[in-house]
Design a protein around this ligand. Structure first.
Ligand code: T46
Length: 137
């Protein structure tokens, strides 16, 4: 299980800024899928799930939003408000996204194709699985 904030180098010049995302350089997995969330309804909260097996890198390329990440023991809130930062999420972590600014474009890179079977969408199932893995030690 891993959560990490990643800083991207800006390849900027007098014309403006550019950030390149490359597998193994600043993206620590093989990119299979990219999706982005935008035009989010005011006050909405999304996510409410964990993944059984997925690596993701979330970047707010415009505007801002917040991520609540919960490993079943600790909860942390991450504020994504610049395109130079990515939030890397790997492993069994519950996530909720909220406080989207009206202009927010949240881009997510993932190491696997979309698969509903990889989602745990019930918080009780999530905590039960976390507790089961703790007792396995
Ligand atoms: C995650 C957070 C950060 C697809 O058809 N393909 C896709 O690749 C995705 C991501 C979604 N969908 C469909 C499934 C639903 O009918 O798009 C609809 C909205 O997806 P969902 O309700 O899962 O969206 P969020 O914002 O709750 O969660 C998404 C990702 O699903 C999830 O992996 O970690 O963003």
């Amino acid at each position: 299980m891993k959560i990490k904030l990643v800083d991207f180098d800006i390849r900027g010049d007098a014309r403006g800024s550019l950030i390149a995302l490359e597998k193994e350089h600043n993206v620590p997995f093989d990119i299979k899928r990219v999706y982005y969330i935008f035009d989010t309804t005011d006050g909405v909260r999304r996510g409410f799930h964990a993944h059984k097996n997925l690596k993701q890198l979330a970047i707010c390329v415009k505007g801002s939003c917040k991520f609540l990440l919960d490993d079943g023991t600790y909860k942390n809130i991450y504020n994504l408000n610049e395109p130079t930062k990515g939030l890397y999420i790997e492993g069994f972590i519950w996530r909720e996204m909220f406080d989207f600014s009206p202009d927010c474009v949240l881009m997510v890179l993932a190491d696997a194709y979309y698969d509903e079977a990889d989602y745990i969408r019930d918080y009780k199932d999530f905590t039960a699985k976390v507790n089961k893995s703790k007792t396995k030690v």
